[in-house]
Design a protein around this ligand. Structure first.
Ligand SMILES: NC(=O)C1=CN([C@@H]2O[C@H](COP(=O)(O)OP(=O)(O)OC[C@H]3O[C@@H](n4cnc5c(N)ncnc54)[C@H](O)[C@@H]3O)[C@@H](O)[C@H]2O)C=CC1
Ligand SMILES: CC(C)=CCC[C@@H](C)[C@H]1CC[C@H]2C3=C(CC[C@]12C)[C@@]1(C)CCC(=O)C[C@@H]1CC3
Length: 343
């Protein structure tokens, strides 16, 4: 019987490596001496020593070509939550992730690290210091979350010491940092439209915002600690900055840092959530005729008006995780990285 030669443990692939988190991950892996292949539907940059493979993760043959001599795969691809396209989320996040697992197993990949999300347990009500044993949301607020839940289940269930295929899921929350296409751009766009005057609720709700380098650090630690006898096998881990902050203080610090006014006037949470639900219903009904994307979705209003912060004690205990960049420094670096979005 032919024995399979194991590729070096420093040969890895990053699926979704052209995205915000993916690119930061690729850059750090290269710094740490990994040889990296990026697989993504788009190529958006070049890094010496990194090979790029343009393809859809739903295409097993395309994946197999890239994964054949790789021992470790990071899967951080997903359609943007803003697209709100249920079929696309299902196709990529659930069916596509099944394809990724099959391709990994056929190619002899030994470790798969999934970027999940802490929101898989969020149903729009307060979560304070939530641990990983909270149940998955029974009624997820949006299609994105619904498919992130299924995706995480599929990946964790595939973990098998017998098959020499180990999996782990990282659940970050509120990732921000240089080049983020979501958080700061949405915030600035809302401010420029004059809609950032209001605080939803009393403004005291605490939330985790996680600097991208800490998320990257959590992913690499997970990959390096994932071994047949380690507690990480088939488990999910919260990775945050471990410094919950008032949602509206965070928004205000970023806005003021970029020269915009901080929101001042309060609106009742229930009222804004009700309006967002109504808008979502109307835009869903109109979608066959016109595709409108409201700024205020029920999920966004829930994120802005409730407590949602998570414990990362499991990651500290099992993989020695500690954030490497504190929140104050992270906000300063982020603000400095968006000169083009200043007022
Ligand atoms: N940004 C955030 O605050 C959070 C993000 N996450 C998760 O982190 C991961 C990365 O998110 P970001 O970097 O923010 O998103 P992003 O949109 O910047 O990156 C996603 C990448 O996936 C690629 N992609 C999408 N569909 C694909 C397909 N069918 N085949 C191959 N590549 C495909 C895109 O081209 C893009 O480069 C995602 O899984 C997301 O669900 C989790 C929690 C919070
Ligand atoms: C903590 C966490 C999970 C953040 C995720 C990132 C985005 C969901 C947020 C980034 C900018 C935020 C934002 C709003 C909601 C949540 C975000 C999109 C509002 C739309 C909430 C209502 C407002 O008054 C305006 C806000 C603009 C910025």
């Amino acid at each position: 019987m032919a024995t399979r030669i194991r590729p070096s443990s420093k040969r890895c692939a990053v699926i979704g490596g052209s995205g915000f988190l993916g690119r930061h991950l690729v850059e750090r892996l290269v710094e740490k001496g990994y040889s990296v292949a990026v697989f993504d539907i788009a190529q958006r940059y070049e890094v010496p020593g990194v090979t790029f493979h343009q393809g859809d993760l739903c295409d097993k043959q395309a994946l197999l070509k890239v994964l054949k001599d790789v021992s470790l795969v990071f899967h951080c691809a997903s359609p943007s939550p803003a697209c709100d396209d249920r079929n696309l989320f299902w196709k990529v996040n659930v069916e596509g992730t099944r394809t990724v697992i099959q391709a990994c197993q056929e190619a002899g990949v030994q470790k798969l690290v999934l970027t999940s999300s802490a929101s898989v347990v969020f149903e729009g009500t307060d979560i304070k210091n939530g641990k990983e044993d909270l149940p998955y949301a029974k009624r997820p607020i949006d299609y994105y979350t619904e498919t992130k839940i299924q995706q995480e289940k599929v990946v964790l269930e595939a973990c098998s010491k017998e098959k020499d295929f180990l999996t782990v899921a990282i659940r970050p929350h509120g990732i921000f940092g240089p080049r983020d296409p979501q958080l700061v751009p949405i915030l600035v766009d809302t401010a420029r439209k004059g809609k950032m005057k209001f605080i939803i609720g009393d403004g005291t709700n605490l939330v985790d915002f996680t600097y991208v380098e800490n998320v990257v650090h959590g992913h690499i630690l997970a990959a390096e600690h994932l071994k047949p006898d380690s507690p990480l096998c088939g488990k999910a881990y919260h990775i945050t900055n471990d410094e919950p902050i008032r949602f509206w203080d965070f928004m205000s610090q970023v806005l003021v840092g970029l020269g915009y006014d901080a929101p001042r006037y309060h609106l009742p949470y229930a009222l804004v959530y009700g309006i967002a639900m109504l808008l979502w219903l109307i835009t869903s009904l109109l979608r066959p005729l016109v595709n409108i994307k409201p700024t205020f979705t029920p999920m966004r209003v829930a994120l802005a008006g409730t407590h949602h912060y998570y414990s990362c004690s499991r990651a500290k205990q099992d993989m020695g995780y500690q954030p490497v960049v504190r929140l104050k420094e992270a906000i300063a670096r982020t603000v400095a990285s968006y000169p083009h979005l200043r007022r």
